[in-house]
Design a protein around this ligand. Structure first.
Ligand code: H2B
Length: 106
């Protein structure tokens, strides 16, 4: 069920790196930046498994080490708790990757 205007502020406050856009009934967007393409694609692979498992899929694009993500629930015509949960999952995966060892020099 689409989140109400009264529910949004507290939930958006829990994902401060995401930007809310009221277009299309409500979306959230974040750009992730990784060490390199391998790490960006590793992030996308982990998120893809999660998305498939929960049947909730991101809109995203990748250029080298950057992954730009927009989340919304198409079926509901706006934001739902599924978007907030997927955003939190992405934040956790990106944070874990950022803590990894630097790549070895070539
Ligand atoms: N992902 C997202 N982000 N929004 C949806 O409404 C959605 C989805 N719907 N993944 C699912 C798939 C639906 O189309 C299928 C049939 O369950």
């Amino acid at each position: 069920m689409k989140l109400t205007a009264a529910q949004l502020p507290a939930l958006l406050g829990s994902i401060p790196a995401w930007r809310h856009d009221p277009a299309r009934g409500g979306t959230i967007t974040r750009e992730f930046r990784f060490r390199d393409f391998a790490q960006a694609f590793g992030f996308m692979a982990q998120v893809a498994v999660q998305a498939q498992g929960s049947d909730h899929h991101p809109e995203w694009s990748n250029v080298y080490n950057r992954v730009r993500v927009t989340l919304t629930t198409h079926d509901a015509g706006g934001l739902t708790t599924k978007d907030i949960e997927l955003a939190r999952f992405m934040d956790r995966v990106a944070e874990a990757l950022a803590l990894q060892q630097p790549a070895r020099a070539p």
